[in-house]
Design a protein around this ligand. Structure first.
Ligand code: LLP
Length: 422
């Protein structure tokens, strides 16, 4: 993993002064999203029949509402995500399938709720087919196939192959179809998601496997899903996904199926990161600054409980340093280890996968400056925790000139309530 760069650009609606104003008003740390940026990413995928947002990437109800207004459908992986979709105004049921439940397991509460609402279930295990079939014969289902290979930006985001727990192994399709028949389930389509990060060689393989698997079903499959996993450029020089090329490969697979089946086949895509990562930043305040032998540490008031990706995957995020008022500092680079406030050595934003700290060239920051972490709109707020009893932090949506608080800061009382109110 290359080190995080210390010279990220702040552009569009999230300019330095705008970030500083929001931080002043709502305090730090704080998440911010640029609505225009999300809409622009949606526009890049309009060729697909259905764009289904993998809300695990950013599940704030107001972001989901924006998605709905743009005609984007949604995916849910828990009963909480189902309720979020409803709260954002998504309807359920019917051939449109606004909400699809995609997981490898159905817990009891979720099973009750998806059956009650008639939400299609994308089965990642044979047991899901059996459980939903027993509870609701005739229920609409998808089958998520693990094609036997996968890839990802880290081992933890590879979702295909025999080391992955995801999907139904491709050699067990026949057994799955038996369950579909036994419970007279309505098989809508097949789905594959092999990991995060696009590589065209794997993509061709996935498309081929999809065609073969649909053929093997011998069924009148109405839809296929390309899953998610479209990458975004986190580091300077990272490539942008060629969405036209991506679409052409999937469309060719779809066309092959259309000519074999003799009816239209809906082509879905299920991105999370691609739609929201680049729209978001995390702003934190510099609170401490200390030399430690050969390393220089700068400590900010956000920790891995807020932004988990660097500690979890060794992920890199570009960083900007803002002087009071929002001017971007650019001079006097110094190799810096950027860390948070948690009582845990791994609470470092500049580290490689495995945990070694990795100093990055960062403009000299003064106490009170803001450090802005770029491209944190995906798997940022949604992966936060309250570790070290730190309340969840606010989220702010910037839409042109409008700035709106879309999640307020949690209070310490709220944090304690689950224990005090028993
Ligand atoms: N569909 C399914 C079935 C998935 O499991 C995922 C992600 C997606 C779609 C969306 O993938 P995306 O387009 O966002 O790459 N926390 C990690 C990523 C974990 C992804 C898990 N599944 C990270 O911060 O990179």
């Amino acid at each position: 993993t290359a080190p995080t760069s210390g010279t990220g650009e702040l552009s569009g609606a999230l300019s330095g002064p705008r970030v500083a104003t929001v931080a002043e008003r709502h305090g730090t740390p704080v998440w911010m999203y640029d609505a225009a940026r999300i809409r622009a990413q949606i526009a890049r995928l309009r060729q697909f029949d259905v764009i289904r947002f993998a809300q695990k990437a950013c599940s704030n109800i107001h972001i989901l509402r924006l998605m709905r207004e743009e005609g984007v459908l949604v995916d849910a992986v828990s009963v909480g995500e189902v309720e979020r979709a409803l709260a954002a105004g998504y309807t359920v049921g019917g051939p449109e399938e606004p909400v699809v439940f995609t997981a490898d397991l159905l817990d009891r509460a979720t099973l009750r709720r998806v059956v009650e609402l008639g939400i299609p279930v994308n089965a990642g295990s044979p047991q899901m087919l059996d459980q939903v079939g027993r509870a609701a014969p005739g229920h609409p289902v998808w089958i998520r196939i693990n094609p036997g290979f996968g890839h990802g930006h880290s081992r933890k985001t590879n979702t295909g192959g025999e080391h992955s727990k995801h999907g139904i192994w491709h050699e067990y399709l026949a057994e799955s179809l038996e369950l579909v028949d036994r419970h007279r389930l309505d098989l809508v389509g097949l789905h594959m998601h092999i990991g995060s990060g696009v590589d065209y060689l794997h993509l061709e393989q996935v498309c081929e496997t999809m065609v073969k698997q649909v053929r093997l079903t011998g069924r009148d499959v109405r839809a296929i899903s390309a899953g998610g996993g479209l990458s975004v450029p986190y580091r300077p020089g990272d490539p942008e996904v060629d969405t036209d090329r991506y679409f052409r490969l999937w469309d060719a697979a779809r066309q092959e199926l259309v000519s074999e089946l003799g009816h239209p086949v809906r082509l879905e895509i299920e991105p999370g990161r691609f739609l929201v990562a680049g729209s978001g930043v995390l702003a934190a305040e510099v609170r401490a600054d200390k030399p430690m032998g050969g390393n220089h540490f700068v400590l900010v008031d956000a920790g891995f409980n807020d932004l988990m990706r660097p500690a979890m995957y060794g992920s890199s995020h570009r960083v900007s340093v803002l002087a009071p008022g929002g001017a971007v500092r650019g001079e006097a680079l110094r190799d810096t280890v950027l860390a948070g406030p948690l009582c845990e050595s791994g609470d470092v934003f500049t580290q490689v996968e495995g945990g070694d700290v990795q100093p990055i060239p960062l403009p000299r920051a003064e106490i009170g400056d803001l450090v802005v972490f770029h491209d944190t709109g995906a798997y940022g707020a949604s992966m936060s925790s309250t570790y070290n009893s730190r309340p969840l932090i606010p989220e702010v949506l910037v839409d042109g000139d409008r700035t709106r608080l879309i999640r307020r800061r949690q209070t310490v009382q709220e944090l304690l309530a689950l224990e005090t109110e028993v």
